[in-house]
Design a protein around this ligand. Structure first.
Ligand SMILES: [Zn+2]
Length: 78
C-alpha cells in the first residue's frame, strides 16, 4: 500500500493499492482505499491544504502530476 502525499506541504492525501513495480502515473479510483485530504476543483484533484494540483480526474482514474506528489510504502508484487 502506498501513502500519497503533497510534494509542497507534505499533507497526506490518500492511500493507494499499487500493484506492480511501475511508476505511479495513474491511480485507479477503485484502488484508492482511504481518502485523507484533497478536494475536487473543476477536473482536478487538489491538495486540501495548499491547493497544489495533484492530478487530473478522469472517469475511472486520476492522471497524476508526477511533480506534485511523493509517496511512501510498498508496491504489491504482481
Ligand atoms: Zn499541499
Amino acid at each position: 500500500m502506498l501513502t500519497i502525499k503533497c510534494a509542497k506541504c507534505k499533507t497526506k492525501l490518500f492511500k493507494y493499492k499499487k500493484i506492480g513495480q511501475g511508476k505511479v502515473l495513474r491511480c485507479w479510483k477503485s484502488k484508492i482505499t482511504r481518502l485523507y485530504d484533497g478536494e475536487i476543483q473543476a477536473k482536478n484533484f487538489v491538495c486540501g491544504n495548499c491547493n497544489n494540483i495533484i492530478a487530473e480526474i478522469k472517469d475511472d482514474r486520476l492522471d497524476m502530476n508526477s511533480e506534485a506528489f511523493t509517496y511512501s510504502g510498498t508496491k504489491i508484487r504482481k
